[in-house]
Design a protein around this ligand. Sequence first.
Ligand code: CA
Ligand code: CA
Length: 177
Amino acid sequence: MAYGVSIMEGDFDGDGDDEIVIHAGAGFPMILDGDGSRLRFLSPLTFGVFNETDEIIMGVLAGNYSIGDLRGNGRLCVTSAGVGSRFALQVLFPGERIPTDALVNAWYADTGQRLFDWPLPIEDMQFSGDQAIADIDGDALPEVIEGSAGSYVHAFDYRGREPEVHWGLDSLFGRCR
Ligand SMILES: [Ca+2]
Ligand SMILES: [Ca+2]
């Protein structure tokens, strides 16, 4: 299967040279050094008590990456969207009712571990997409902004919380309040 995936470039280990985040096909993101060697995987393990999914593993399909300092502590985080591992069971057993979660995840680039409250379930299937990272509620910490095919737009902070922001009908016409 071939489809477009945008890699993301950044200096994730502070040595002054950029690395890239990439995955192959339907797989697990990894950080590659400039010489092509793998620095680390971004952990596919999603099982946790404090996030809102009961998926155990997450894979990335055609999702793209974004980078931001989500906690404001100088540690870069990588974000991407994907699917829970039970999606593979849906493919293997079509017609069966197998629940699965589409997910948005955020990892620390320097360890490859996910943020404590992540990944987060989101509507529809996250086959592709990008996240925008910006502070939309003025608390000086950025949110991860992700849309779904259901015409919903979510913004999550580093704890996975969604700030109360009135997007307004004006956003339909290209203006923000
Ligand atoms: Ca580097
Ligand atoms: Ca914020």
